[in-house]
Design a protein around this ligand. Structure first.
Ligand code: HBI
Ligand code: FE
Length: 282
């Protein structure tokens, strides 16, 4: 997904801006707290342990919209990551360079109180509540940096759209297989009340085993709940896949056509995971 950057020419070449936390209004803090409390009550038994632990250790509930100056020291101590403020979507190469240097670019604005469930582009709740807790996990922190480095290489090899699909089906909408059942690690799901329930419990979407080539051949939609989720065996598993040499994979992809979401009868790669996951522990 190459995105049209939200802002015009930024103050800095890396598109970062000052968060100016003191300038958020009480109304904006209230929107954060409302969204936070909805998800906090919903996610135990649905989000993976790494996410719930990160949410707890960063204490993202205290004081409304998190002040990056408050959460970054703990985040750096845990995994060397930090959150930087940006105006909104930034150009691919800027985004990937930040990830490659363990900086997560978070949109500065927050959605309006009358648009809690509608999001046209990632806001600070999607970015900080959705993405940042997972960055406290050493394995996932390594994965995100490896992804950034790989995406910078992919750009020069003209494989960026394949890497964008990997990001989409893991970092944004990934599910994890655990002994207790399916759990969420994707930011796009964990920051959405509706999709948190849909992704785990609705019989409609397909849930396929994590398969790098299959993911890179599967387009995605940005305007509705996903119709296919990929289920990783573990965070270590997706890190190992990303550290492998993508050369042979790119060679296979060169002649391969996309696999439309509706076309899920695609032979051996269609290794579906349990159609209906184990009931979520209450
Ligand atoms: N910029 N701020 C921001 N946040 C993103 O998630 C983002 C981006 N620019 C590019 C981008 N994502 C995509 O290219 C990736 O999802 C692959
Ligand atoms: Fe995101």
């Amino acid at each position: 997904m190459s995105v049209s950057p939200a802002a015009t020419c930024p103050a800095r070449p890396d598109w970062t801006i000052d968060q100016a936390w003191e300038r958020y209004s009480p109304e904006e803090h209230r929107v954060w707290t409302t969204l936070f409390e909805r998800q906090r009550d919903l996610l135990p038994g649905r989000a993976c342990d790494a996410f719930l632990k990160g949410l707890d250790v960063l204490d993202l509930h205290r004081g409304g919209i998190p002040d990056f100056a408050r959460i970054n020291p703990e985040l750096r101590r845990l995994t060397g990551w930090e959150v930087v403020a940006v105006p909104g979507l930034v150009p691919d190469e800027v985004f990937f360079d930040h990830l490659a240097h363990r900086r997560f670019p978070a949109g500065h604005f927050i959605r309006a109180a009358d648009q809690l469930d509608y999001l046209s582009e990632p806001d600070i709740f999607h970015d900080v509540f959705g993405h940042v807790p997972m960055l406290t996990d050493p394995i996932f922190g390594d994965y995100m940096q490896a992804y950034g480095e790989g995406a910078l290489r992919a750009r020069s090899l003209n494989h960026l759209h394949h890497l964008a699909r990997l990001y989409w089906y893991s970092v944004e909408f990934g599910l994890l297989a655990t002994p207790e059942g399916l759990r969420i690690y994707g930011a796009g799901i964990v920051s959405s009340r509706g999709e948190t329930i849909f992704a785990l419990e609705d019989p409609a979407p397909h849930r396929l085993e994590f398969d790098l080539e299959r993911i890179m051949r599967t387009p995605y939609r940005t305007d509705d709940f996903q119709q296919v989720y990929f289920v990783a065996p573990s965070l270590e598993g997706i890190l190992a896949e990303t550290l492998a040499d993508f050369g042979p994979l790119y060679a296979r992809l060169a002649g391969a056509r996309d696999i439309a979401i509706a076309d899920l009868s695609h032979g051996p790669t269609d290794r579906s995971v349990a159609k209906r996951p184990a009931p979520v522990a209450k």
